[in-house]
Design a protein around this ligand. Structure first.
Ligand SMILES: [Zn+2]
Ligand SMILES: [Zn+2]
Ligand SMILES: [Zn+2]
Length: 331
């Protein structure tokens, strides 16, 4: 059973994933699993190589056979597991918790070589609907406080399989990064009486220097204090706390702006490795807490090194205004 341990100094929680137990030799410089379709567990015809599916879109055939256009499956090597209660325990001055949660993989397409930016808007809408459906289903589990949906694209960004996929890890705690955003939103609200994200969308639309793309429901822009070169956020115009409460119409607009943003990054930077994270509100917020859901896309072009680890400062060599300019030129 995995275990969550809290660092009392910084309140950071660490998942000690003992099921993934590794010896020193397992860490020797890892190369990307550029598997061909014969050995790729996410390719059509290889359904027997994965745990049984949780959800699938298929036009024909039975569960766990071919004929699908999207599959959601449990991760074969889960970071958190479904069994047991989210009990807390103390050991001297330390606090720990059972590693209860979920870890799932969304296989976005049967096509091994078709990256997200090249999918049709209709297909991307289907992927977003699958994300939404998993958020809503996991919300029913009282042990789960938060779902983190993410996509690692490219070996540098942590993808061990190159077949297009996204993942989610549902956690029994609200993660620190989300708590920091909740607190930031609260601070801003106390000072200005408004939601930070709503204000920032308004400002970016007026200022225009950092806009990458916009449509009727969303804006994509490089944030003012971007930590990484070409970091791009997608934020809904409408104040809304939960990604999973988006209407189909909103998800269609999201599919469109997501396709445009990812293909702009891909064109400008020749298919860069990136991480994409969805930040949606914790399932059960405290009284008076506010959130505004959004997507952060973090291209992995620089290396987070000693200074960043030591200080929490980031060094970004590309001003977000220039990054947005390059990205706008691609369409
Ligand atoms: Zn594949
Ligand atoms: Zn807002
Ligand atoms: Zn965020």
């Amino acid at each position: 059973m995995p275990e969550l341990r809290q660092d009392p100094l910084t309140d950071t929680w660490v998942i000690i994933a003992s099921e993934r137990s590794k010896r020193p030799s397992d860490f020797a410089s890892k190369k990307e699993g550029k598997k061909d379709s014969g050995s790729c567990p996410f390719c059509l015809g290889n359904e027997h190589m994965t745990p049984p599916e949780i959800l699938a879109y298929r036009e024909r055939g039975q569960s766990n056979t071919d004929g699908w256009s999207l599959r959601v499956i449990p991760n074969k090597f889960p970071v958190l597991q479904n069994e047991g209660q989210a009990d807390k325990d103390t050991i001297g001055l330390y606090e720990k918790m059972h590693g209860v949660g979920a870890h799932e993989v969304i296989v976005e397409t049967p096509d091994h070589n078709r990256p997200l930016g090249e999918e049709s808007e209709e297909h991307i809408f289907g992927i977003l609907k699958a994300w939404q459906s998993r958020y809503l289903d996991l919300k029913k589990d009282p042990r789960i406080q938060y779902t983190q949906l993410f996509k690692n694209h490219g070996a540098v960004a942590g993808a061990s399989l190159s077949h297009p996929h996204s993942q989610l890890i549902a956690t029994p705690l609200v993660p620190k990064n989300v708590i920091e955003e909740l607190e930031g939103i609260e601070r801003f609200y106390k000072k200005e009486g408004k939601c930070y994200f709503c204000e920032s969308v308004e400002f970016e639309k007026k200022d225009r220097a950092r806009i990458v793309a916009e449509n009727n429901a969303f804006i994509a822009f490089c944030p003012y204090a971007a930590r990484f070169p070409f970091e791009t956020w997608i934020v809904p115009h409408k104040h809304s706390e939960y990604f999973e409460e988006s209407s189909d119409e909103e998800l269609r607009s999201l599919a469109s702006i997501l396709k445009r943003t990812i293909s702009s990054l891909s064109q400008a930077l020749e298919d860069p490795p990136y991480n994409l994270v969805v930040h949606s509100a914790p399932y059960r917020m405290n009284e008076g807490q506010r959130y505004h859901w959004h997507i952060e896309i973090l291209p992995r072009l620089t290396i987070v090194a000693g200074f960043e680890w030591g200080t929490g400062f980031y060094i970004n060599p590309t001003p977000p205004e220039s990054a947005a300019g390059y990205l706008r030129q691609t369409h």
